[in-house]
Design a binder for this molecule. Sequence first.
Ligand code: SF4
Ligand code: SF4
Length: 393
Amino acid sequence: MALADYEGMIHRCFRCGYCKFTSDYSYVGFNCPMYNKVRLESYSPGGLMWLIHAALVKEKLKPSKHLSEILYSCTLCRNCSEECRFQFHEDIVHVLKAAREAMVEKQLVPPMVSQFLKNVYDYGNPYRELKENRGHWAENTGIRQYEKGDEFLYYVGCVGSYDTVSQKAARALGRVLLKSGLSFGILGSREICDGNEVDMLGEKGLFEFLKEENTRTFKELGVKKIVTLSPHSYHALKNSYSDEFEVFHYTQLFRDLIKSGALDVSGGFRTKVTYHDPCFLGRYNHEYDAPREILTAIPGIELIEMERAKENAFCCGGGGGNFYTDILGGGESTPSRIRVMEARETGAKILAVSCPVCMMMLEDALKAEGLENELAIKDIAEIMDAVCGDSGA
Ligand code: SF4
Ligand code: SF4
């Protein structure tokens, strides 16, 4: 819907500020990562709603580059939609996204946003990498191209395909699927960006183009079921693509494969683990159980929750395109640095993630905090790869 369609709803936000906190207010601090960092009301959900109302709905304030920077500092983590006590709460992130669409139309987006969108348009990925190289991460792994009749398409996404740290998780996921005996394949050079961040940054036209291109490829190959590495891809493919594809995040599939006995976790993994919920798996798609069921099914793992978990999890700061654009910026109060410190307080030795964006954000934060000798960031796919390998862990 366009921004004007939300006018009545935006007007009803009266900046009570509930949406800045966790659900039971027991956590002393703010759960809106943008407000927590900047501490100005214009960078809070309620402040944003009023700025949007004044500038883009009533046109009483001239839309400016500064307004654009405020809008794009939001990580679209969805804490505000989760915590607002009013009936319109589900629409808050829709309004934030519609406001970005309006800024794209007015050509008032920050330079990093335009550059990201241009890269995806020109290359089919934000890294300016050649399409032919997209499947290189899978060389010598035994992970092959998707063939008609395979049960699953393994959709890897841009970060897992091109980023060298995330490629480790992409390979681990593939190895575990091979171990399970499931028939699957990847698209390699035929895969292009799923468009989730393009959509979140407000470029509707480009998102529709990517969706159509990917959908055409899926249909040509007779794809019925898709498993994704990234919760961002999962969100786009599950909720914005055709419902003729059955879409799973890999943690959901692993959980089922453990239950059916196709994956043997008896090798165990003896350590204390805490788990960070990614916004696009948790708050956007309400999948809090699958990753935890995997971790608790592995003998030897002691799962310790952080103070903020599940619907109260604190965003790593990489959502809403910020992983690529870094508009919220660095420093000690960066969401990812706060999050690794929170993980360290649990006494866990591993901070488990199930998202390549969280992985990268938290890895950088770990180094910035100098915690590399105390805590390791591992994707659940990597943990499962170690557990299901021949020697266990
Ligand atoms: S979005 Fe909801 S909780 Fe947040 S300030 Fe507005 S009315 Fe209050
Ligand atoms: S989506 Fe997250 S970062 Fe954006 S305003 Fe809401 S709580 Fe803050």
